[in-house]
Structure formats: C-alpha cells, structure tokens
Design a protein around this ligand. Structure first.
Ligand code: H2B
Length: 97
C-alpha cells in the first residue's frame, strides 16, 4: 500500500517538533548528525536504531565514520517524507536522550 507523503504544512509542523533535524535541500528527507565518544558508542547506538527500524519496517539511510553518524530519513515508498520518518526520528531522539 502506498504511504502518504506529508503535506508542506505537515512537514513544517513536524520539523518544528524535531529541533535536531534539518530538512534536506530537496525537501524530501530530514537529516541529523550525531557524535559519540568513540566508535563503540556510535555503533552501539546504530545497533539500537537498527533493531527499532527493523521492528517498524522503516529503515534509515546513514553514514558512519568512527564516532560520527549521519542519519537521513525519507520514505522510499512515498517519494519523500511521511509520518514514518517523523516516528523514527522521534524514536532516535529518545535513544540519544
Ligand atoms: N524504509 C524506508 N526508509 N522507506 C521505505 O519506503 C521502506 C523502508 N519501505 N523499509 C519498506 C522497508 C519496504 O521496502 C518493505 C517491503 O516494507
């Protein structure tokens, strides 16, 4: 089943509630960059996110170098942002604390 893309108003409302996330230039994804003490901390965090993502059947695009993790959330099945990205972003924020 196709997933609804957020309207511009829904997207702006979601971003207002996700201060750690920025809208990608094309408006189709949100991005957050995180830094940890070391690779072990970064990868432990990624493992927790991976488990939550798999449970939700919604997966991040991400990039990791040592202690840095850059996460991009977009919904491929919607061709842009959906409520699933907002939910995963909130779950990630809660994991970071
Ligand atoms: N993750 C993301 N980010 N976008 C999707 O559209 C998506 C996904 N679709 N994870 C899911 C898996 C889909 O491929 C499976 C078949 O449900």
């Amino acid at each position: 089943m196709p997933i609804a893309r957020l309207t511009d108003a829904e997207r702006d409302d979601a971003l207002a509630r996700l201060p750690h996330w920025t809208l990608r230039g094309d408006g189709l994804a949100i991005v957050r960059e995180l830094r940890f003490a070391d690779f072990g901390e970064a990868f432990g965090f990624m493992t927790r996110v991976a488990i939550a993502a798999e449970k939700a059947d919604h997966h991040p695009e991400w990039f990791n170098v040592y202690n840095r993790v850059e996460i991009t959330l977009t919904t491929h099945d919607a061709g842009g942002l959906s409520a699933r990205d907002v939910a995963l972003a909130q779950a990630i924020d809660a994991m970071v604390g």
